[in-house]
Write a new protein. Structure first.
Length: 342
């Protein structure tokens, strides 16, 4: 997880900003801007709070995200849609990425705007001076083919769900075109330890690398076990010589699954405003969150524990049915690969 040192400060500041946002009344006179420590909250009474059109023709949105980044720690984003020579281009200013926009991207952005009712902020100017850079005010501007606009300037919320969704819309679209400029730097060393266990229909299937002593010498073997959890009884317990390319194959399977990216971006629990999302069994693979208050499954359980040569660890432990469903393809690939070895 990145930027752990900012976590407490950011959460405290979020509370202060929200208190300021909802505790201030509109000022009648327009000022040149706040001085250090001042908070200004103004609303244009003529700004509509709904937009009829859904066809975006330009966009200019700046934001800082605590839980989205590209490279190692680049969390400042400035997304732009603008025409050049009669073509609409999607731009992220800080990274320099520029690609011709299409309906897939525009529809994804509009979905974020609609799902989060961002038009309701239209005409708002809410700025606090002298606060941490991560929280300093940023502008949101979108223009539609109807001439309608959504235009507001507010203190940045680094944990805004809509901000993360906007990042995801841009980056997923870019990735569909083979462009990974806005992707985080992912683990590139090889796995050195793997432990996998999946329980379904009363049977727990487990694979792991084990160090055993044979003829006075230690050796690495691959273990497979099947366990009937309802009868508390071992069905099968088998070992084989360790495959020479096992860790390379498992490294590839994990990398291709998208788990590393989702794992990095899923620490934060938006419901409880803390970094305990993994403790709740959510890793960004499923379609539910802590807001859904999903109970642990009594029949499903997944464990994936990984150690890389770099020392990085990935620990997945969940009984959430929605999350396990999101892991389903990876589960099947891991089990298929191991079954080919036994």
């Amino acid at each position: 997880m990145k930027k752990k040192g900012r976590v407490l400060m950011n959460i405290v500041l979020s509370g202060l900003l929200l208190a300021g946002l909802f505790g201030c009344s509109k000022k009648e006179e327009v000022t040149d801007g706040p001085t250090s420590g001042d908070h200004i909250h103004e609303v244009d009474p003529d700004a509509p709070k709904t937009v009829a059109s859904s066809n975006i023709i330009s966009l200019d949105i700046a934001l800082f995200l605590a839980n989205r980044y590209y490279g190692d720690e680049n969390s400042d984003f400035h997304f732009i849609l603008q025409k050049s020579e009669d073509e609409l281009y999607a731009i992220e200013e800080f990274s320099g990425v520029k690609e011709k926009a299409d309906d897939a991207l525009l529809n994804a952005i509009q979905k974020v705007i609609k799902d989060n009712d961002l038009a309701s902020n239209n005409g708002v100017y809410d700025v606090t001076a002298g606060i941490a850079p991560d929280y300093q005010a940023r502008r949101f501007f979108v223009e539609y083919d109807s001439g309608e606009t959504i235009d507001f300037t507010m203190n940045n919320n680094p944990y805004a769900i809509w901000g993360e969704q906007l990042y995801d819309a841009f980056t997923n679209w870019l990735m569909s075109k083979g462009i990974d400029t806005l992707e985080p730097s992912l683990e590139d060393s090889v796995l050195t330890r793997v432990r996998f266990a999946f329980t379904e229909d009363g049977v727990k299937t487990e694979y792991s690398d084990l160090s055993i002593t044979e003829n006075g010498e230690k050796k690495l073997v691959l273990s497979k076990s099947l366990y009937n959890v309802r009868k508390d009884k071992t069905i099968k317990d088998k070992q084989r010589d360790f495959p020479e390319d096992y860790f390379e194959q498992m490294t590839r399977i994990i990398f291709d699954s998208g788990l590393l990216r989702n794992y990095a971006f899923s620490y934060y629990d938006h419901k409880d405003n803390n970094y305990g999302n993994h403790d709740e069994g959510y890793y960004g693979m499923g379609d539910k969150t802590t807001f859904d208050e999903e109970k642990d499954s009594e029949d499903l359980e997944l464990m994936i524990h990984l150690v890389y040569a770099s020392g990085k660890r990935i620990n997945v432990d969940t009984k959430k049915a929605s999350e396990i469903e999101g892991f389903r393809k990876l589960i099947e690939q891991i089990m298929e690969y191991h079954e080919s070895l036994f």
